[in-house]
Write a protein that binds this ligand. Structure first.
Ligand code: SAM
Length: 180
């Protein structure tokens, strides 16, 4: 099952760090790719490339000029669409249904204003609680619930840097040193 995150309406000034954080959260919680629309901003890709080089995997970033077309094509290809919005159905009430569908999932997160059309294009409008908060927090919880925690426990065989968990302090295994 592939999970792709679609970030709507990126704006370079408002979302300078937010969209990069969405990409990092998407990668760390089990998605394979972030697609974004709005203003083109190569810094999102640069941030992700640096992380992937050290921490492994093949997470990608893509830009789309036409997010509506992208969503429609996703559905034509057989995937389902989950839209994160505080107006939706509480995730705990639908997560089992989403998992059961067992199809590729496009998770849409909004920016400042999400047009009503996206609510209708989505198969599931999902709330992470019904208070306004952050797309980054909403995405992390959504992916964690959908993957049942497996996304964030994934390890990468090509990682050049890994953490060795420890109760106190920091242990980092840096394979790059051995490569030299
Ligand atoms: N007022 C905006 C609107 O018209 O949709 C929402 C702005 S909010 C900062 C940006 C994004 O965060 C939303 O589009 C949604 O994807 C996500 N988000 C914020 N709170 C959420 C919640 N309680 N549940 C699910 N997603 C949420």
């Amino acid at each position: 099952m592939e999970i792709v995150v679609l970030r709507l309406h990126h704006r370079i000034t408002r979302d300078k760090r937010m969209s990069s954080h969405l990409a990092l959260v998407a990668r760390a919680f089990g998605a394979q790719k972030l697609v974004y629309s709005g203003e083109y901003d190569n810094r999102i890709e640069q941030t992700v490339t640096q992380i992937v080089e050290s921490w492994g995997g093949n997470f990608g970033v893509e830009y789309t000029q036409n997010e509506r077309q992208f969503i429609k094509q996703w559905k034509k290809d057989g995937g389902i669409v989950v839209h994160l919005t505080m107006f939706g159905i509480e995730i705990d009430d639908v997560v089992d249904e989403i998992r059961k569908v067992d199809k590729d999932i496009l998770v849409i997160v909004g920016g400042a204003k999400v047009e009503i059309e996206f609510y209708h294009l989505a198969d599931f409008n999902i709330a992470i609680g019904h208070q306004p908060h952050s797309e980054v927090a909403a995405l992390a919880i959504c992916l964690d619930k959908i993957t049942n925690g497996k996304g964030r426990k994934r390890r990468y065989s090509d990682a050049r840097v890994e953490i060795e968990p420890c109760k106190k302090g920091k242990k980092v295994i840096d394979k790059r040193r051995k490569e030299k």
